[in-house]
Design a protein. Structure first.
Length: 64
């Protein structure tokens, strides 16, 4: 049986923490930033945990 390949686009977008959580970046911080408040932009800079329904699929693509 051949080894399973890690999906390259997924490994660039997601990180697995030491406790096994899958973290992602928040959307909305690329352009049209002038109308967004400072507080909104600050919150978008933090990472977020992946939704429970998507975790199984992403773990499979990461070969974890």
């Amino acid at each position: 049986m051949p080894k399973m390949k890690t999906n390259s686009s997924v490994k660039k977008r997601f990180k697995v923490t030491g406790s096994g959580k899958i973290m992602r970046r928040k959307a909305g911080l690329r352009h049209i930033l002038t109308k967004k408040s400072k507080d909104v932009k600050k919150q978008l800079g933090h990472s977020a945990e992946v939704a429970k329904g998507d975790q199984h699929r992403i773990k499979r693509m990461l070969c974890k």
